[in-house]
Write a protein that binds this ligand. Structure first.
Ligand code: IPE
Ligand code: IPE
Ligand code: MG
Length: 250
């Protein structure tokens, strides 16, 4: 990468795309317009991540708690996801993007699950960016499903309780084939994880931005990469970052 500020590219960036409603509110527009604008930000972000050489981009599209919103809003959000897959799948496939879905699939009704499965199936052998869409996703639900599957194996005598370890839990999460996120970005000024990747975020760098999601774009994505490159990740150990020469001299 020519820009030295981007010397360290995160392998996996995950984004809590928040603030569509407030973006619209600020303009006196209905929330649904904010969601529509948000899809444009998604397109820009996928392109920016691929251009930067990020391997995995996870987008929090719909949480297991978002069903509690008014039915009209839920329908708007589902409609946009449908539209996004119908309209963008061919282009994403052409761009060699692999799509992975995380979240609870077992209780999805109607045409959404077949569409998500089609997107995964069509792009499964692609080798550029992996775009992970978190849909009907909640971390506690995901961890609960993983723990229940371990409990079933122990009860059936297929597994000994002493053999349960963190690696095994990780292998039973929806993200079993996806590395932990290096960087988690949340837009809209809220500083919380809202049940997103709680297990996987153990050592993620967190970046909270004031911008509403519809205003997110390539420039903000690259700024986020710069901020990440300046972080000092220690994983409980000691710093391996070289000190800047002036700091050593001074
Ligand atoms: C993010 O924007 C989209 C989803 C949660 C699906 P919001 O709809 O949460 O917008 P705000 O937070 O109300 O502004
Ligand atoms: C998190 O945003 C979920 C998504 C971005 C899909 P929310 O808007 O649902 O989160 P809270 O309710 O503000 O915590
Ligand atoms: Mg929100």
């Amino acid at each position: 990468m020519a820009n030295p500020e981007l010397a360290i590219i995160p392998r996996h960036v995950a984004i809590i795309m928040d603030g569509n409603g407030r973006w619209a509110n600020k303009r006196g527009l209905p929330r649904t317009i904010g969601h529509t604008k948000g899809v444009e930000a998604v397109r820009d972000t996928v392109k920016a991540a691929a251009a930067a050489g990020v391997e995995y981009l996870t987008l929090f599209a719909f949480s297991s708690e978002n069903w509690s919103r008014p039915e009209t809003e839920v329908n708007d959000l589902l409609g946009l996801l449908r539209k996004f897959i119908r309209r963008d799948l061919a282009e994403l496939h052409r761009e060699n993007v692999r799509i992975r879905i995380i979240g609870d699939r077992a209780h999805l009704k109607g045409d959404i699950l077949p569409l998500l499965l089609e997107a995964e199936e069509t792009t499964r052998d692609n080798t550029a960016l992996t775009l992970v869409i978190a849909f009907n996703y909640g971390s506690r639900d995901e961890i609960t499903r993983a723990v229940a599957s371990i409990a079933r194996d122990v009860a059936a005598g297929r597994l000994r309780a002493e053999d349960v370890d963190a690696m095994m839990i990780g292998e039973r999460l929806d993200t079993s084939d996806i590395p932990d996120p290096d960087l988690i970005i949340r837009t809209s000024g809220e500083e919380r994880l809202s049940n997103f990747l709680l297990w996987q975020a153990a050592y993620s760098e967190l970046l909270f931005l004031p911008d509403y999601w519809p205003d997110f774009d390539r420039a903000l994505f690259f700024d986020a990469l710069k901020a990440y490159a300046a972080r000092d990740r220690r994983f409980g150990g000691l710093s391996t970052k070289k000190k800047a020469p002036e700091a050593v001299a001074g």
